[in-house]
Design a protein around this ligand. Structure first.
Ligand SMILES: Nc1ncnc2c1ncn2[C@@H]1O[C@H](COP(=O)(O)OP(=O)(O)O)[C@@H](O)[C@H]1O
Ligand SMILES: [Mg+2]
Length: 389
């Protein structure tokens, strides 16, 4: 008879052989869930009955929220701070918009994870490992939450920079503890800010120590069963050690949002606060090159000012103003006065920021705007169209 849920059975066996009762129990629980899903209620019940008869110490560990007790979370040997954050993301809480090609690669990863055992039997399995790389704010952390939510698994997030310790050898020990912890339960292990660990070249840090950390990382990854779901994210893929890079069977470049994605993001983040006639086309055009995180920020800021002004919807000019000012911030243009802001906005987009619109937004006269943008009557004609409209 072929065993249908071999990876769970193997984990239970591992737990038993290592006298690690909580590992065995965690995976027995998962096996029961899977059996139930595939219609084997009877078998699922038998397993759960056994689990309910487990010794009390174990039972308390299991009954804590999500089957996790805080006191056995790994901590940094030096600072005693937790190195792992445990969460249970829900599908309805994680919005993610991706370009279609990226979306389908994520789906491919998910089905590969879901059908891992079948793929093993066909000798066609890839390790459940996904590396996301791309600029900050493109949704990598969000994607990790999304994957965990889709799989209905706990997300163990490790900020790799917090694993890196000043004590010699401590980083490798921290790493070992995190991997051991993750192996004990069905979960998605997510190594965020991955380049802090897997950097090939040392910044100021001792090259010898960094080499040791990379080697420890490789050893831990190699000891990890292929069925364990491992995600990693980095803003600096060019810093990754090649051997580490190669150990990820799925690699996902996270791009800046394209037009379609930007449109969805603007709509989604403004939500019911978007006025009926808001010009999404121009928002999409003027936010080219910006990340989802920036679009979200502009929307939240605009919503906030609407709420504070007692309005049910955002003001379109105000959204563009926020967008323009955010851009100045990104391009490090110092704008220390309102006059400087007006001049910048006017330069950024003369069509949106007509003299009249700027005067309204900042509560000043159009004459004042004309003065500070130094357009003293030279091109008044352009404004005539705007003002009559
Ligand atoms: N493609 C996207 N779809 C939905 N939300 C996004 C997207 N990209 C960024 N965001 C928003 O930006 C915020 C930051 O994204 P995050 O996942 O932390 O980026 P990263 O980890 O790549 O730096 C998230 O809270 C999310 O709401
Ligand atoms: Mg991130």
């Amino acid at each position: 008879m072929a065993v249908d849920h071999l990876s769970e059975v193997l984990k239970i066996l591992d737990g038993a052989l290592r006298a690690n009762a909580s590992m065995a129990a965690n995976y027995a629980g998962l096996l029961a869930d899977k059996l139930e899903e595939t219609g084997n209620r009877q078998q699922a019940r038998q397993i759960r009955e056994r689990l309910s008869r487990a010794p009390t110490a174990l039972a308390t560990a299991q009954s804590a929220e999500n089957g996790i007790t805080l006191n056995n979370l790994p901590v940094d040997g030096e600072s005693r701070l937790h190195t792992v954050d445990v969460s249970q993301p829900e599908v309805r809480d994680v919005g993610l918009v991706l370009p279609s090609a990226i979306e389908s690669r994520v789906q491919e990863f998910l089905s590969s994870v879901r059908h891992h055992d079948a793929l093993v039997r066909a000798n066609a399995a890839l390790p459940n490992r996904l590396l996301m790389h791309g600029p900050p704010g493109t949704g990598k952390t969000q994607l990790a939450r999304w994957v965990a939510a889709q799989l209905g698994l706990q997300l163990l997030t490790v900020r790799c920079d917090t694993l890196v310790s000043s004590l010699l050898g401590q980083t490798s020990r921290n790493l070992r503890r995190v991997f051991e912890y993750a192996e004990q339960r069905p979960c998605v292990l997510f190594l965020d800010e991955f380049d802090a660990l897997a950097g090939a070249r040392g910044n100021e840090r001792d090259v010898g120590e960094l080499q040791r950390v990379v080697i420890a990382l490789l050893q831990n990854m190699d000891a990890l069963p292929d069925s364990t779901i491992l995600l990693a994210a980095t803003n600096h893929d060019q810093l990754l050690d090649l051997a580490v890079w190669r150990r990820f069977s799925f690699r996902l470049p996270m791009p800046l949002p394209d037009e379609l994605v930007r449109e969805t993001l603007w709509q989604r983040f403004l939500d019911t606060y978007a006025p009926a006639n808001i010009n999404f086309k121009t928002l999409v055009a003027r936010s080219e090159g910006l990340t989802g995180a920036v679009i979200e920020q502009v929307c939240l800021d605009s919503k906030r000012s609407a709420v504070l002004a007692g309005q049910a919807q955002v003001d379109e000019d105000e959204v563009f103003r926020r967008l323009g000012l955010t851009l100045a911030l990104i391009e490090r243009v110092p704008l220390s006065t309102q006059d400087a802001e007006m001049a910048w906005l006017r330069r950024w987009d003369r069509k949106i920021f007509s003299l009249r619109v700027l005067a309204k937004l900042y509560g000043v006269s159009t004459r004042h705007v004309t003065n500070i943008t130094q357009e003293g009557g030279t091109d008044g004609h352009e404004e005539d169209d705007k003002q009559s409209g």
